[in-house]
Design a protein around this ligand. Structure first.
Ligand code: GLU
Length: 433
């Protein structure tokens, strides 16, 4: 039997990190076993516009590359299932339980009659779990407004959609006995359950806005790439048992299993996410980085797929952990500095004579052969001739070309900038001193 899994978000308008991780685990399991992954929007009690509340979730899933099977294809990819389109089905199911004496009417609502005894299930993450039915109150399955409650709709859908594995957040453990009881009332075997521990902030409190972005798409805006987010989320509460962490989507599909889900809460560590992002950015080809910078509106400069662009990217890659780090780092290759970092100027350029030293360097550079080695040699020779520390000229040149105190390898940069640009920038800085 090939597995069938689903992600069943309530429409919230955005895909939060916890939901994304749940979707990812279900998707990975389905893809690993050649099964089916369904997207079902649980929108039975939302009054707001369905479309607007759902778009954010679909955008988040698409960005991560989580695709779903089934659902109507209306001139494009599959649409998700919507519970709001299945209300009659839930009403019929409630009536079925009423007719069989397993439910009763109560002030216009229909309640499930909890039978005596115990309800047990085996959770793939937490092992055997047992609840005493005596602690479960007879619960509403159909409200007096004829809308189903979550318990009824989720069970009816999981039965109708032949779901074999339910992977969802730990917060649903206490709902599970009620659902297991409904399965038996309908004469069905429950799917297998895997309840995934929650995601915590670094302070070990449940992840929330207080900890920063919780919506997946906010991470896109912050310069994270989906490959990294995907990898990071997959390892949030799941592991291969080895120290390996850096995986492509394909590698994760090959490795994913429910046994690797940890029973302890996972901590969302932004530094770790940054690390993943950097690693995955390093693996992207130049053209790919350029395309993504363009697509996200970050690449305003004329970076083509030429040799110079390639060398610039090579120089910047180690320094750019996020796509959003690129514009600032790229700027000096295309624009003269608009201003100079005040602290840098104070620290490195306040010595009397600095202006003349920089102008002398400019003069030297008008004649030197424009290679990394020659540029550096000429600078050091000039420093010696003027009995200066080479650092004075190095810092000065860095500030002249970037406006800042830190930059990638200076001489590599100078070569890429070209003689004219470097001379012009030395001159400009010297004349502010
Ligand atoms: N709509 C529920 C939620 O978003 C789904 C829970 C489930 O997977 O059964 O939490």
């Amino acid at each position: 039997m090939t597995p069938r899994l689903r992600f069943a978000p309530s429409p919230t308008g955005y895909l939060h990190v916890g939901g994304a991780r749940t979707a990812l685990f279900n998707w990975l399991y389905a893809r690993r076993h050649g099964g089916t992954f369904i997207l079902r929007i649980e929108d039975t009690d939302v009054a707001r516009s369905q479309e607007e509340m759902v778009t954010g979730i679909l955008d988040g899933l698409r960005w991560l590359g989580i695709d779903w099977d089934e659902g109507p294809e209306i001139g494009g990819p599959h649409a998700p299932y919507f519970q709001s389109e299945r209300l009659d089905r839930y009403r019929a199911a409630a009536k079925q339980l009423l007719d069989s004496g397993q439910a009763f009417e109560d002030e216009g609502a229909i309640r499930f009659k909890v039978p005596p005894g115990k309800t047990a299930f085996t959770d793939s993450v937490h092992g055997p779990i047992e609840f005493d039915n005596g602690h479960i109150e007879s619960f509403v399955i159909l409200r007096s407004d004829t809308h189903p409650t979550y318990h009824l709709s989720v069970v009816v859908d999981d039965i109708d959609m032949a779901i074999t594995h339910v992977v969802r957040g730990d917060d649903h453990i206490s709902n599970t006995p009620k659902q297991v009881l409904l399965y038996s009332a309908f004469g069905q075997t429950p799917p297998s359950f895997a309840h995934v521990p929650l995601i915590m902030g670094p302070d070990k409190q449940r992840l929330s806005k207080r900890h920063g972005a919780t919506s997946v798409m906010e991470y896109e805006q912050q310069g994270y790439i989906p490959e990294a987010m995907f990898n990071f989320l997959a390892l949030l509460g799941w592991g291969t048992g080895s120290n390996d962490e850096l995986f492509t989507r394909e590698e994760l599909i090959q490795r994913f299993n429910l046994e690797g889900i940890s029973g302890g809460n996972a901590v969302f560590n932004t530094e770790k996410l940054d690390w993943f992002n950097h690693q995955h950015l390093m693996r992207l080809a130049d053209e790919e980085i350029l395309a993504r910078l363009r697509d996200s509106g970050l690449g305003a400069w004329d970076l083509g797929a030429d040799q110079r662009s390639g060398k610039i990217l090579e120089l910047l890659r180690p320094r750019c952990r996020k796509l959003t780090d690129y514009p600032e780092q790229l700027r000096p290759f295309f624009e003269d500095p608009e201003s100079y970092d005040a602290e840098a100027v104070k620290k490195h350029l306040s010595m009397p004579g600095t202006k003349e030293h920089l102008l002398a360097l400019k003069e030297t550079y008008s004649a030197v052969q424009w290679t990394e080695a020659e540029i550096e040699k000429a600078l050091r020779a000039l420093a010696d001739a003027r009995t200066l520390k080479a650092g004075v000229l190095i810092h000065g040149t860095r500030i002249a070309v970037t406006g800042r105190m830190v930059s990638p390898g200076l001489f590599e940069m100078l070569v890429l900038l070209g003689r004219e640009t470097v001379m012009r920038r030395l001159d400009r800085l010297a004349h502010t001193l």
